[in-house]
Design a protein around this ligand. Sequence first.
Ligand code: HEM
Length: 471
Amino acid sequence: MDTLIPFLLPLLLLPLSVYLIFSIRKRDKNPPPGSMGWPVLGENMELARIGSQKLVKERMQKYSRDAFKTSLFGEKIAVLCGAQGNKFIFNNHCELFAPWSPPSMVKAMFPDLERTRHLEPKATFYNFHYDILKPDSLKKYVPMMDLLSYEHFETKWRGASVVEALPLAKKYALSLACRIFMNMEGWDHTGDFLKSFSLLTKGILSLPINLPGTALNRAVKGGRVVRNELMRITEERRREMREAESKGEDLLSKMVVETNEDGEYMSDSAIANVFIGLLVGAEYEISSLITIVIYYLAELPHIYNQVLEEQMEIAKSKGPNEHLTMKDLEKMKYTWDVVRECLRLTPPSLGAFKESTAEFTFAGFTIPKGWKVMWTSHSSHMNPDYFQEPEKFDPLRFEGSGPEPYTYVPFGGGARMCPGRSYTKLVTLVFTHNLVTRFRLEKVIPNEKMLFSVSPTPAHGLPLRLHPHKK
Ligand code: HEM
């Protein structure tokens, strides 16, 4: 036996040392601090209870100002915080991260993406639809936005003593997007589509549990109706465009006739995916922003008065039936600063998710490959190091050179920055012009609570008493 010991010892020690090396390396790997919450549920209940703004603030105070871990939508997530976190993610989009969306979003919005991706034409059309969202392409739509806004206020607001702002903003944002991107009028107002669209947007960020009665289940059903309708419209438009042999000006008409280098058309399903993405961005985010702008204008009369003054100047410079143009919007400097302050204090988007494609280190913490990574606007927008008295509504903070880089990020940054930001600016300015030049606003519920579950929403839809200006 004694003679075997020199041979057995290394055999016994080898696994032990491998185990020790791995466990020491594992300990060295220092993941960000935080809690994964409940099994399966993670911290989703907490997110629903206290909202994203508070969740981020509390975790940063409790664990680290640089990064914390959590579990949301069924995934392990590292949240990188502050301007440094934003900078790290925005500058490493291509090297370290792949785009990632919560499973609930993919299931409800793009259910056949994985199954049909390989059937799509080889050359990608990825950026094709982003051209229409550039300021140069959008400026011709400003008079139309003004006309539709005029019609919206004259039919839905004028004459009513009390209105509920949020549902009206949703209707407005959706019908405007349908008109601009698809040249469609009226059909989006019909009950079924609007109801299905609302079910879809309510459940896109939910737990990935698709059982009867869950938010995801309702979103999947709503998404199916929206998708079928978009596919039907695409098919019809394709036929019309071929028969007419003409080139339409709107995005849908262009997409159905567009071919790649190999002469292949985009499928109806791929086009429906593009439009679901655009319409959700346009309805969900813009209606949230418009409602927040109304909320602050009704809350802060001194801000309202200055916006009114700027907008009345512009209104007086126009002829009786003359619509707003891009030149007019360029003059709305104070109003835009007010909108920007709304986006800082109450950003419609809580941030964005990515998937790490390689292990990396940030602020001394190691984040493994495959984890989901998130940046959030709250972590820099509400930081007194970047914004003095961050709770205070102060549009003047955007004057001069404005906030430091990577601190003000309502639309993200870097390669994946929101392509809808110019569209958002134009739509919101036109809407605000038409609103304040018609009415003074009074909240029916003076201290109506804002709920911050996914995007911020007033608890009761923001009912308003309208006081039309005297002519
Ligand atoms: C208040 C308005 C809006 C806000 C606050 C907002 C915010 C954002 C944010 C934070 C992102 C993620 C950036 C990232 O992944 O790091 C994003 C992406 C995106 N947004 Fe918006 N958005 C708004 C309006 C819109 C509109 C109106 C559209 C379309 C008409 C739109 C289309 C998109 C698209 C297609 C992406 C994905 C970009 C990509 O992955 O490359 N958004 N948006």
